[in-house]
Design a protein around this ligand. Structure first.
Ligand SMILES: Cc1ncc(COP(=O)(O)O)c(C=O)c1O
Length: 480
């Protein structure tokens, strides 16, 4: 039997049918963990494909020339790269190994892009030989790309990363890219035949913004279309504009639960009472001079505007100069619009399941439930994973006796508390029961996973729909 933690006052996650099917099958979960160790990361490939289709539908409804690049940094599994390529979309790579492996899995110059923050010589060599477009961040990268392309007797296809867009009177800071106010001059002066960087063929513009504003993305895209027009007039041949990732997803069933949680957390910070989180952790809120200051340092788990609708808003943004939408200007100019979604393509794709190792009461009388996993196996830049976990009980006959617990992990650190929120359960789990964390594929499983204490990295398994699932339906990523 599986049951959600926090029957009341919770943060109820959106849960897909496949997750329910797996959680409903205690025998399957036990077999998976007996075979692969704890925790296991499960990936549902049909959901990934459906997410791809949803973005495709948006672009097709505007009749746009488009390409979607799955930002694989959000999850390390090869199965998803293979699925992306088989579905006809591309893959955004951000390191030598991401690039090399994506090429080995069938990626090509047409289907891959390289956007690493730091680009080494070996990355450029690999990308230029394979004809993979490289998104260039600065003058030194131009220099290196040009040098290597010359050595190889090739042309390097590049996009130029832009930043510093002005939105509502404010300049958006980023450590990445060329400033929008100077980039045209730079390109005109240095890039192209007969110029300093003549082995570079600039075929596109690129940006990726921090945060989740559709207005900022809309305005930045609008500025890029304008810039592309000006570059084309000066004999460049811009064919694509890539707007990166950052498309919001919604994790939660209820807006009310989300706002209530925020209210209660602030109250806890203000009064020191509430016992909502481990050691009264404010998750970003702090009491300063008697006032609750700063902000919640977590992903915004509830979002009314998300996914395909989020993308539509960016495309519907109107250029203040002529009141035309981005979509109509892209189409009129036949610029290919590109996106690099990571998290949003992984919506509802993954789940992490771990085995209960022990239960204990600490000196404060709190129940701690130790799981066979560590904090790095479910960690992102968000201060806490704000979704209620699911308990998969093996013994379904015991009487209920509600209990409040914290889940703890295997690192020797005091702070290896897997969820900082306290979770109420109908009864204390037994050793060997399982705990499932849903919707963890985007950034949660791998981004910060380490092998401290020589722990094995968790197994990554992928599968497709089947009525009666068994261990053999799950493909171990190591075997791909
Ligand atoms: C250049 C670039 N593209 C795409 C992404 C993917 O973003 P997300 O997973 O939020 O869609 C990132 C994330 O950091 C990025 O830096």
């Amino acid at each position: 039997m599986y049951i959600k933690g926090n029957k009341t006052n919770g943060l109820t996650p959106i849960v897909s049918n496949w997750m329910e099917q797996v959680m409903d099958d205690e025998g399957l979960i036990k077999d998976l963990i007996d075979t692969y160790g704890s925790p296991v990361n499960l990936h549902h490939l049909d959901t990934f494909e459906k997410n791809i289709e949803d973005f495709r539908d948006v672009f097709e409804s505007y009749d746009l020339n488009y390409q979607i690049y799955y930002a694989r940094k959000a999850n390390k599994s090869k199965s998803l790269v293979k699925k992306a390529l088989a579905s006809g979309i591309g893959v955004d790579t951000a390191s030598f190994r991401e690039l090399e492996q994506s090429l080995q899995l069938g990626g090509t110059g047409q289907s891959l892009v390289l956007t690493s923050a730091i680009k080494t010589r070996e990355q450029f060599v690999k990308a230029i030989i394979a004809g993979v477009p490289v998104v260039i961040d600065n003058d030194d990268e131009c220099q290196l790309a040009n040098e290597i392309a010359t050595e190889l007797g090739k042309t390097a296809v590049v996009g130029i990363r832009i930043s510093g867009f002005e939105v509502e009177g404010e300049k958006l800071y980023s450590r990445f890219g060329f400033d929008i106010s100077e980039v045209q001059q730079f390109i005109d002066k240095y890039i192209g035949v007969g110029k300093k960087y003549e082995q570079l063929d600039i075929s596109g513009l690129h940006f990726h913004l921090d945060g989740y504003s559709t207005k900022q993305r809309g305005k930045s895209l609008s500025d890029c279309i304008h810039l592309a027009n000006e570059l084309d007039e000066n004999d460049h041949n811009i064919s694509f504009i890539d707007i990166g990732g950052g498309i919001l997803i919604n994790y939660l069933e209820s807006e009310r639960e989300w706002t209530e949680f925020d209210k209660k957390l602030k109250k806890q910070v203000a009064t020191g009472e509430g016992n909502l989180t481990f050691s009264n952790n404010g998750l970003g809120y702090e009491l300063i001079n008697g006032k609750v200051e700063r902000s919640l340092k977590t992903y915004p788990y509830f979002n009314k505007l998300n996914g395909a609708d989020f993308l539509r808003e960016v495309l519907e943004f109107r250029d203040p100069r002529n009141n035309e939408t981005n979509a109509s200007r892209l189409k009129a100019n036949n610029y290919q619009i590109r996106i690099e979604p990571g998290r949003s393509l992984l919506k509802q794709v993954g789940m992490t399941v771990a085995r209960v190792a022990h239960r204990k009461k600490d000196a404060k009388g709190q129940w701690l439930v130790g799981l066979e996993m560590n904090m790095s196996q479910m960690m992102s830049s968000s201060e806490d994973f704000l979704l209620d976990p699911y308990l998969i009980y093996t013994d379904n006959n015991s009487e209920d006796a509600e209990v409040e617990v914290f889940f703890t992990g295997a690192y020797c650190l005091e702070r290896d508390v897997l969820l900082k929120r306290k979770i109420s359960l109908p009864r204390l789990p037994q050793i060997g029961d399982h705990v499932a964390f849903v919707n963890t594929a985007g950034y949660m499983m791998h981004f910060f996973e380490t092998e401290a204490h020589l722990f094995n990295l968790s197994a990554n398994l992928s599968f497709s729909d089947s009525v009666n699932l068994s261990v053999s339906d799950f493909i171990d990523d190591e075997k791909l």
